[in-house]
Ligand binder design. Structure first.
Ligand code: CP
Ligand code: NVA
Length: 320
């Protein structure tokens, strides 16, 4: 394997070799910064990584466009390959225990990216697997998304420390990883949400502790304008996540007035960028004008999934 060209952050990346990424908080601040730097270097063509002969298995029990495709293309660009272990086509879907599946797959593939509902199931895979297990989204977190999101913010502003990212919407998986990853990086992360849709208390507590160490901050606000005022990034996600389809109408009522639109953008810093993990429901959590407007970096953000995951795979699979 070829080392990333004279990357001073190489020791931080090398320490990730063989590790799992189940939560954004599994990384240290230095490792997160090193991954963002490597992602930027890979994007700019300044680093070369060779993962020839390595195979990533994808176990996705929920739909995915960006995560599935960006992992596959990331492995291909690094010279490795991906195996789609669709639960419907494997014994996973017929109830083979995770303990058995994880140990068997560890004999064939070099890492697993898993998208599922329960964080506990992901943790069980990680417990039994002898290879890196990557969270490709659970109901609790989306750490690969957060890496791409902060890479996008870094591209817009350079230094991340001291910036304010305001997430308006449901305080769940995407918000949780933004809180933890942002707190590591010294970002001021604000979550704006209706009462009853706050982030998980444990995640919030963890983020508060990380922010205390980095000089960042975390806050939860229940009024949209107060949540976005002066922010450098405005972010939203769907109001009804995968698995909550039957709550869609009820959630639309609860989130009335929380659409990320031009009026809210006008309350932010004039340089503010607009982000959305996608897929989006235009006219609900975000206006079409916000997606297509001059502040939007949403499609750069989607592209950055590819670069961030190349960096992550390189580190976990010993390519740096
Ligand atoms: N943002 C994201 O994870 O998209 P997919 O569900 O399409 O993978
Ligand atoms: N919160 C969304 C994110 C999709 C990428 C969901 O879990 O469906």
């Amino acid at each position: 394997m070829q080392a990333a060209a004279s990357n001073p952050l190489a020791p931080a990346l090398a320490a990730l070799c063989g590790r799992d990424l189940l939560s954004s908080a599994d990384l240290s601040a230095e490792q997160t910064q090193a991954l963002l730097q490597l992602a930027a270097d890979l994007k700019a063509g300044r680093s070369q990584i060779d993962l020839a002969g390595k195979t990533l298995g994808l176990i996705f029990t929920k739909a995915s466009t960006r995560t599935r495709v960006s992992f596959s293309v990331a492995m291909a660009r690094l010279g490795g390959q991906t195996l789609d272990l669709n639960p419907q086509l494997t014994q996973v879907g017929r109830g083979e225990p995770v303990a058995d599946t994880a140990r068997v797959l560890s004999r064939y593939v070099d890492a697993l990216a898993i998208r599922t509902f329960a964080q506990e199931e992901l943790a069980e895979y990680a417990h039994w697997a002898s290879i890196p297990v990557i969270n490709a989204l659970t109901d609790l977190e989306h750490p690969c998304q957060a890496l791409a999101d902060y890479l996008t913010l870094q591209e817009a502003f350079g230094e991340l420390k001291g910036l304010t990212l305001s997430y308006v919407g449901d305080g769940n998986n995407v918000a949780h990883s933004l809180l933890l990853c942002g707190a590591l990086l010294g970002v001021n992360v604000r979550i704006g949400c209706p009462v009853g849709f706050e982030p998980n208390g444990e995640v919030l507590g963890r983020a508060q502790a990380l922010a205390a160490a980095s000089g960042g901050s975390v806050a939860v606000l229940h009024e949209p304008v107060a949540a976005v005022r002066g922010a450098h990034a405005l972010y939203t996600d769907v109001w009804a996540s995968m698995g909550q389809e039957e709550e869609k109408a009820e959630r639309e009522r609860a989130f009335a007035g929380w659409c990320l639109n031009e009026e809210l953008i006008a309350e932010a810093d004039p340089r503010a960028i607009v982000l959305h993990c996608l897929p989006a429901y235009r006219g609900l959590e975000i206006s079409s004008g916000a997606i297509e407007g001059p502040s939007s970096r949403i499609f750069d953000q989607a592209e950055n999934r590819l670069h961030a995951q190349q960096a992550l795979l390189a580190a976990l699979l010993g390519g740096v």
